[in-house]
Design a protein around this ligand. Structure first.
Ligand code: DSN
Length: 414
């Protein structure tokens, strides 16, 4: 960073402050993670210079020989890791991966079924404030009010009524295992295509610790930066027969220039995900999530659906009388980073929410184990119950900083 400190001290100083922030706090944002140094090296490389529109062997620019090597490796690794017929590694983000999937599978105005946002869905699954809700007719399904789990009877009923062209599964805030096979049967029964957005659980799927949607879905989208532990970006898998439709939906329909530094970093992350140590890491993510959930429950917190099967959990703050956003702020002051999140059937607006979401991918990468997660669970409850007491928040902040000192942050301390 010696060049940056000279040329742009304002940005340099903000980065340095963020470095300190990351070192002294525990990151429990379910959708974030730390990458390896190798991934960061590829991401920060001069490959960002290169225009390589098109695909390996079919480019719109000269000088793409090395880009072809890099992108082909990324594609082959993604196919091998997820046992998929075809992979597109160019989407800049999960939202653009979803956009391209819709472009390839349906027409503007078609009916699509997906989970409602407050029940765990994603903005690009039909929210009216995104292209998805403006371009297609989304009909939303929900979790069951009692069990807070996917309600197949409601989905079946809705599907028969609205005859969707596409059914979407895969969520941003759903703590339970998803039965992709059942979704596929349901989609077949109404003649709908089936798409899975596995952004959150891609790493668990890669490690064989969550059932894979690949055998069932026409198209599977994901981000590469969550449990998969790669650079910020998107990726699409599909059956070979949809390869052409997906590729032209990504470029030129949804986006232009591929980010070749990001494609190289994705290739590195996919290679890492093929190693046995990646399975150990994902087991640790799950173990830590179970330990954190158990501690929160034992200290009287209510978790949506009663617990977790994956890397994330949602605490329902309703009975405590505080909002998600207030808890998020208090935790932030205490060195615990999380995000406020709507809970199913939330009575508060999305800007406040009655829930707070926790996830363990970052903490597990940093080396936190079950003991630390239990300790952090207790500290979270302490903050929630003493939200206005600055002396308590300060005490927790010191304890968190002390724990954090024992665990280097990848990419910062190594
Ligand atoms: N909605 C983001 C999250 O889960 O944090 C992903 O886009």
């Amino acid at each position: 960073m010696s060049f940056l400190s000279q040329s742009d001290p304002e940005i340099f100083n903000a980065i340095e402050r963020e470095k300190k922030h990351q070192k002294e706090s525990v990151n429990l944002i379910a959708s974030e993670n730390y990458t390896s140094r190798a991934v960061l090296e590829a991401l920060g490389s001069f490959l960002t210079y290169k225009y390589a529109e098109g695909y390996p062997g079919r480019r719109w620019y000269g000088g793409c020989e090395n880009m072809d090597t890099i992108e082909s490796l990324a594609i082959e690794r993604a196919k091998e890791l997820f046992k998929a017929g075809h992979a597109n590694v160019q989407p800049h983000s999960g939202s653009q991966a979803n956009m391209a999937a819709y472009f390839a599978l349906i027409e503007y105005g078609d009916t699509v079924m997906a989970m409602d946002l407050p029940h765990g869905g994603h903005l690009t699954h039909g929210s009216p404030i995104t292209f998805s809700g403006r371009s297609y007719k989304f009909v939303h399904y929900h979790v069951n009010k009692e069990t807070e789990r996917i309600d197949f009877s409601e989905i079946e009923k809705l599907a028969k009524e609205c005859q969707p062209k596409l059914i979407v599964a895969g969520y941003s805030a759903y703590p339970r295992t998803i039965d992709f096979e059942r979704f596929k049967r349901l989609a077949d029964s109404v003649g709908a295509k089936f798409m899975v957005d596995m952004a959150h659980i891609a790493g668990l799927v890669a490690a064989g610790l969550h059932p894979s949607p690949v055998p069932y879905a026409d198209v599977v989208t994901m981000t590469t930066h969550k449990t998969l532990r790669g650079p910020s970006g998107g990726l699409i898998l599909c059956k070979q027969e949809l390869a052409k439709a997906i590729d032209s939906a990504v470029f030129p329909e949804a986006q232009g220039k591929g980010h070749m530094h990001a494609v190289a970093a994705k290739a590195v992350a996919l290679h890492e995900a093929m190693q046995p140590s990646f399975v150990d890491y994902q087991k640790k993510v799950l173990e830590n999530a179970r330990a954190l959930a158990a501690e929160l429950l034992s200290q009287g917190m209510r978790l949506v659906s009663g617990g977790t099967d994956n890397h994330l959990m949602l605490v329902d703050l309703t009975s405590i009388g505080v909002t998600g956003v207030d808890v998020e702020k208090a935790l932030d002051n205490a060195g615990i980073i999380a995000n406020h999140n709507a809970i199913p059937y939330d009575t508060r607006p999305p800007i406040k929410t009655s829930g707070i979401r926790f996830g363990t991918p970052s903490a597990a990468t940093r080396g936190f184990g079950v003991e630390e997660m239990k300790k952090i669970g207790g500290l979270i409850v302490k903050v929630i119950k003493n939200i206005d007491k600055t002396s308590v928040i300060e005490e927790v902040r010191k304890e968190i900083a002390q724990i954090c000192r024992r665990f280097p942050v990848p990419g910062i301390d190594d």
